[in-house]
Write a protein that binds this ligand. Structure first.
Ligand code: ZN
Length: 121
C-alpha cells in the first residue's frame, strides 16, 4: 500500500485510487526485484499525480538504468490507458467525455449527474 505522503500528491478523483494503488505497488515490486539491496525510496518517488484530458498523469522520479526504466514506463502507460476507460468518480467502466466544457472520463451515471447539476445551478 502507498504511504499517506504518496496519496497527498494524488490530485484526481477517488475512482482512480485503485489504479494508483496497484500501479504504485507494482512499481515497488519491480524495483525490489531488480535492486533487492536498495531501498525503494532511494530510487523511486512519486512527484505528482493529476488528471489531464480525462487521463491520469503520473509524474515520478526514477533512478534506474534504461532497461529497467522501460519496465516502469510500461506499467505507467498501462495505468494511464486504464484510467481513460475508468470513471474518475466511482471507478466503474467509463469513457472519455469531451462534450463538456472540459474533458473527463466518467461512467454513464456520473456523466448524467453532471447534466442534472448544471440544470439545477
Ligand atoms: Zn461513475
Amino acid at each position: 500500500m502507498p504511504k499517506e505522503q504518496d496519496k497527498n500528491r494524488w490530485d484526481c478523483g477517488a475512482g482512480w485510487h485503485d489504479i494508483l494503488d496497484r500501479l504504485t505497488a507494482d512499481i515497488k515490486a519491480v524495483i525490489t526485484a531488480i535492486t533487492p539491496r536498495v531501498k525503494v525510496d532511494k530510487v523511486f518517488k512519486i512527484l505528482q499525480v493529476k488528471e489531464k484530458f480525462g487521463c491520469l498523469r503520473y509524474y515520478y522520479y526514477l533512478d534506474l538504468n534504461e532497461a529497467h526504466r522501460n519496465k516502469i514506463y510500461a506499467l505507467v502507460r498501462a495505468a494511464e490507458k486504464e484510467s481513460s476507460q475508468t470513471c474518475e468518480t466511482c471507478g466503474k467502466p467509463g469513457k472519455v467525455h469531451n462534450d463538456l466544457s472540459w474533458v473527463k472520463t466518467l461512467c454513464d451515471v456520473h456523466r448524467t449527474e453532471l447534466d442534472i447539476k448544471y440544470i439545477i445551478e
